[in-house]
Each structure stands twice: as structure tokens, then as C-alpha cells.
Design a protein around this ligand. Structure first.
Ligand code: PLP
Length: 415
């Protein structure tokens, strides 16, 4: 037998995570993660932590949906659970305006495809029952578009991203919900990027039957924890009728471990699969932080700091095309056009984690998840400007800094 290769201990450096996600984990979350004892998934405090998390999550999401809980994993784990009720042959309209809603569309096509349709193109099925409505990169999905498409196609389901992180665009959730309600369609929403960043209550959107988010963006809980999901009684009733071909991501079965059995809260969860005491502790703390800060205050902070960053990169000659408050998506000045990847790679190699867009056109994305203070925003601006300057841009840093100072002085004056 050959000798096993044992690598050195893995060291991962601290970086400035200034991308669309994951965001910067709060130290309090890491502390609770590391402080949890070894305990199995049926230990009383682990189960209590899950029940308390479920109750806090209802507050964060603004809902009285009993079926509100976390799905172990990342955003796609929650979205896979969300889309699980779509059965082969069911009619769906999906609105796509970027990378992530594009993958939502692919997930839905895989679930709605009949066996023949799936076999015909296993990795990229094109079921007759699914209509994809493409909206150009950089534009938002409007309520009028949703209304038109639902009136024309009369589907059973409709799906949309609330905030499309690929292009940094906010879609019209009010228009989506209203159109779904009017046409008797069950709406499904990818709220991966908006939950914990925007101030909204899901119960204000009765046309939406199911929501899914993620742990590591607005909830600031990367240590691989839980993707929040929430379902109305109508969604659960539909699922009870048709069933679905998954055990682990079955909304009704997965909910049991969170103390949701037969549509009711019960005192203690029952086994569905193993849960980590570390993950439960971290998620519980992240929700406590969100509620202590309040979603409303956090949303205001995001809007304020995003405006500072937006103004600064605009003063550097960049053109911002996004309207999300956790993320700035921009075109470089003409002189640097075409060198986006090079710029991003160079920043990343220095521990400054910004991102390009993942689908065409190539743009730069700079995020501020859990970087809500003057020092952090100033560091992002300085490092981005330094990199652009290295590449030959001519930036008037005095003007840029004066703008930042004015922005933050205005906040101090308002306090
Ligand atoms: C980040 C993101 C996802 C994917 O989430 P993962 O945590 O990477 O699984 C899906 N949809 C949207 C809108 C996102 O921003």
C-alpha cells in the first residue's frame, strides 16, 4: 500500500468579503457556534433552540405561517424545498432577469418535466408546461409584465426572485403578489438576497404561497446553518394532495424536526434528520441579533451605506446599474471597459473579495453585507480606487473622500 498524503493544516485567511454573498458573519454568531457543546439532535436544548429559532424566524419574516422553519444548507437547499411541490406536467411561469432566477428556472424545469421530457435533455430539460419569461440583464421584473404573462398563460404556479443578485435588481413583489392573487396562481419567491436586508413582511403579499431565503446573506450566518423557508396553508394543502418525490426536502416532513406536526406547533420536534448543535446555536444567535437590531433599522442602514458606496464609485467614473441596497453592480469607466475580470481577480488575490457578474454582460459587483459602518465602506472605496488607479484610471481621490465625509457627516448631524 502506498503511503497516505497528509496535507498541512488548512489555513484560511480573513478576507474583506465585499461580494454579493456570503456576508460577514457576526462575531457573536461564531462565538455561539464554537461555544456549543457536543449534543445530539434530540437533546432537549437543541430541540428547544430549534423551536425558539422557528418562532424568531416568523418575526423576522413577518408571518403567521405555521410552516416556517430552516432547511439545512444554503440558499439552493431552501429553494429546492420551495419548488418541491411542483410536480411533472404542472404549469409554471418563471420570470428570469439574471443568474439566480435563471437557476430557479432550471430547478423548476427539472421538477415540472415529465419523465420523457427529462430524458430528452437531462441537464437542461425544456418541459412544455413551463414558460420562461426573460427580462434583459440590468432590468427589473415589473408588475405589468407579471400581470400580462399570468393572464395569457393561466399557470398553476409562478416564480420570481425578489432581489436578483446577478444583476443587483429589485423586482416588483407587490405587482407579482397582486397578479398571482387575481389569477388564482400560487406564487413562489426566491428571497435569498432580500431577507434581513429589506424591511418587508411576507404576510403582506398574499399571492405568494411559498418563500425561500439563505443563511449567509441578510441573516449573516454562514457557518453552514439554515435556509429560512415559509409556506402558506394553501401550499401545504396542495402538497398533501399530490405529494412530492423527496424525503429530505419535503416541506411537511422537514418541518417535523422544528416542532411542526400536522399543521400545528408541538412542544418538541420529532426526528427527521440529524441537526448540528453548533448550527442551531449559530442560527439562533443570528436571529436574535436581527431582532435586536430590528429588520427596519437594518434596512435603513443598508440604504444609507449603499448610497455612500454608490456615490463614491460614481465619483470614480463608474456607472451603477443596480438598485439593491446590499450590492452595487457597476460598469467600469470607458478606459477600463473589458478589464473587469482582471480587476476583480487582482482585488481577490489581495484578500479584497469583490465579484464579477456570473452571466453576461461582465460587470463588477461590490457588496456590503454586514459591513454597515463608515470604516468598512471607506476601506472598500479606498481599496477599489487603488486597484483602478493601478490599472491606469485617473481618480480624483480628494473629491471621492470629500463626498464620503459629507455623507457620513450628514448622518452625524441627523443623530
Ligand atoms: C445567493 C443566491 C442564491 C443561491 O444561494 P446559495 O446560498 O449559493 O445556495 C439563489 N438565489 C439568489 C437570488 C441568490 O442571491
Amino acid at each position: 500500500m502506498s503511503e497516505a498524503t497528509i496535507f498541512g493544516q488548512l489555513e484560511i485567511p480573513q478576507t474583506l468579503a465585499a461580494g454579493p454573498g456570503p456576508g460577514n458573519t457576526d462575531p457573536r454568531v461564531l462565538q455561539r457556534f464554537a461555544a456549543a457543546g457536543v449534543a445530539d439532535h434530540m437533546q432537549a436544548d437543541v430541540l428547544r433552540g430549534m423551536v425558539e429559532s422557528k418562532l424568531m424566524l416568523r418575526e423576522v419574516m413577518g408571518t403567521s405561517n405555521v410552516y416556517t422553519f430552516g432547511v439545512a444548507g444554503t440558499g439552493w437547499s431552501g429553494l429546492d424545498t420551495l419548488f418541491s411541490a411542483i410536480m411533472p406536467g404542472e404549469k409554471v411561469v418563471v420570470f428570469v432577469n439574471g443568474t439566480f432566477s435563471g437557476i430557479d428556472g432550471l430547478t423548476i424545469r427539472m421538477k415540472a418535466a415529465t419523465a420523457e421530457e427529462l430524458a430528452a435533455n437531462p441537464m437542461d430539460p425544456q418541459p412544455a408546461s413551463v414558460t420562461i419569461i426573460n427580462v434583459p440583464h440590468g432590468q427589473s421584473v415589473t408588475g405589468e409584465l407579471v400581470e400580462q404573462a399570468l393572464a395569457e398563460h393561466k399557470p398553476q404556479w409562478a416564480a420570481m426572485a425578489h432581489w436578483e443578485t446577478g444583476s443587483g435588481r429589485i423586482n416588483d413583489i407587490r405587482g407579482f403578489s397582486d397578479a398571482c392573487e387575481k389569477h388564482g396562481v400560487m406564487g413562489l419567491v426566491d428571497a435569498v438576497s432580500s431577507l434581513g436586508v429589506e424591511d418587508f413582511a411576507i404576510d403582506d403579499f398574499p399571492g405568494v404561497a411559498g418563500w425561500a431565503s439563505c443563511p449567509q446573506k441578510g441573516i449573516c450566518c454562514l457557518p453552514l446553518t439554515y435556509a429560512p423557508v415559509s409556506f402558506t396553508d394553501a401550499y401545504i394543502a396542495k402538497l398533501r394532495k399530490t405529494g412530492t418525490r423527496t424525503f429530505v426536502h419535503h416541506p411537511i416532513l422537514e418541518a417535523r424536526h422544528w416542532g411542526i406536526v400536522d399543521g400545528k406547533d408541538v412542544e418538541k420536534g420529532v426526528y427527521h434528520r440529524t441537526h448540528s448543535a453548533y448550527a442551531v446555536s449559530a442560527f439562533h444567535e443570528a436571529l436574535r441579533i436581527t431582532l435586536q437590531q430590528t429588520v427596519e433599522a437594518r434596512a435603513k442602514q443598508y440604504a444609507f451605506h449603499e448610497a455612500a458606496l454608490r456615490d463614491a464609485v460614481t465619483a470614480m467614473g463608474c456607472k451603477v446599474t443596480s438598485n439593491m441596497t446590499s450590492l452595487v453592480v457597476l460598469n467600469l469607466p470607458d478606459g477600463l471597459a473589458g478589464r473587469e475580470q482582471e480587476l476583480v481577480q487582482s482585488c481577490r488575490s489581495k484578500g479584497f473579495g469583490i465579484w464579477p457578474t456570473l452571466s453576461a454582460p461582465v460587470q463588477v459587483r461590490i457588496g456590503i453585507l454586514n459591513l454597515l459602518n463608515e470604516r468598512a465602506i471607506t476601506e472598500i472605496v479606498e481599496r477599489f480606487a487603488a486597484e483602478m488607479t493601478l490599472m491606469g484610471a485617473n481618480i480624483d481621490m480628494e473629491t471621492v473622500r470629500a463626498g464620503l465625509e459629507r455623507h457620513y457627516a450628514s448622518a452625524a448631524a441627523a443623530e
